[in-house]
Write a protein that binds this ligand. Sequence first.
Ligand SMILES: Nc1nc2c(ncn2[C@@H]2O[C@H](COP(=O)(O)OP(=O)(O)OP(=O)(O)O)[C@@H](O)[C@H]2O)c(=O)[nH]1
Ligand SMILES: [Mg+2]
Ligand SMILES: [Zn+2]
Length: 386
Amino acid sequence: MSANDRITCYAWQVDDALSDVDYQVSDLAALGFSDDVREHFGGHVASGLLPARITRVDRGMPIALSEQGAFRVEYSQSLREVPGSTPKGAVVGDWVGLTRPDGHEAWLIDAILPRKSAFHRKDPAEGAEQQVVIANVDVIFVMQSLSGDGINVRRLERELVMAWESGAVPVIVLSKADLVDDPDGKAAVAREIAFGVDVIIESAVTGEGVDEVRARIPAGSTAALLGSSGVGKSTLVNRLLGIESVKTAETRSKDDKGRHTTTAREMFVMPGGGVIIDTPGMRGLSLWNSQKGMAAAFPDIVSLEEQCRFGDCAHDKEPGCAVSAAVAAGELKQGRVDSWRRLQEELEVLSVRQEDIARRGDGKKTKSRPGGPDHKARGRGVDQEY
Ligand SMILES: Nc1nc2c(ncn2[C@@H]2O[C@H](COP(=O)(O)OP(=O)(O)OP(=O)(O)O)[C@@H](O)[C@H]2O)c(=O)[nH]1
Ligand SMILES: [Mg+2]
Ligand SMILES: [Zn+2]
């Protein structure tokens, strides 16, 4: 069995019997341990820390995969005590340094390496705090189903903003092509707002598009799947792994909505290399500071804006507004402007809230503990489906 096969097996068994799995990764490169990460790790080698990658987090308790095996890990005292060192604990995709003090049974996370990229949102359980969802991802597949209600363009725009903001490259995947008559025609609305983002039409049933997805996750790179419950994320992971490793479930027959089958973010290594992270269908996708992502996802509006007569044009009824002129000329859809405005307003509300909290000197921010907010968010009814 190759190292990759064993990683897959590990991921498969993690729910059932982590402690029984005598698991070894002979090659950290299979997990994406690049020269870049190695360089960041340099200082920790001297302190004897073991490099590992977080593959899953359950109720604040991470699982780390290293050359010495897969461990359920805790946080070292020093990490807990340094203010600001671990604002929210380790997340799936993080590279960490592990230590096992004498007489200690569990391995402890003693360092979290700087993140190359991070997908974050506004914490659904907090007023104005950031929640990092996954880290060190190169490609984010933003997935929607072609069947059922079809493509939700507004959600797609929001997801593209967040994906761009993370530092990863987004790719749109339109799933369940086998269930619709004219997948290409149906994909047109996504292409219209893609602006350079690749669009892949996929079917886990016929296999269409699966190789196109695979080609974007070369050995050593990390990708993640993002999208509503039931669009087929875990099914695609199984196709990529070549085995039925992840649990999937049928969507509800009345509206094709999913049942939130996947409950935790989890990392898998594909045969031949390349890491894929499966995620649960997220209900709450509120923006966290995303100006960079907004500019990348709305290049059409950004370039028009530059031509507006007033620098602070709201593109409403101002004279000399290039955005309104483009809408009037039929070159830009009003729906897209509305969507852009809604997202901008969301960012403004967030920034007012942040200022408010900063002014009040509200101690909230310092209360975070490793793994905390992720845990707290679960089960709250504050999330909204977009
Ligand atoms: N016809 C068809 N069905 C698919 C396809 N992909 C997934 N499905 C089915 O859609 C249902 C939901 O798939 P999942 O993979 O569990 O969806 P998910 O996105 O992981 O959902 P959550 O884990 O709840 O977020 C399952 O019954 C799959 O068999 C596809 O390409 N074509
Ligand atoms: Mg799933
Ligand atoms: Zn304007």
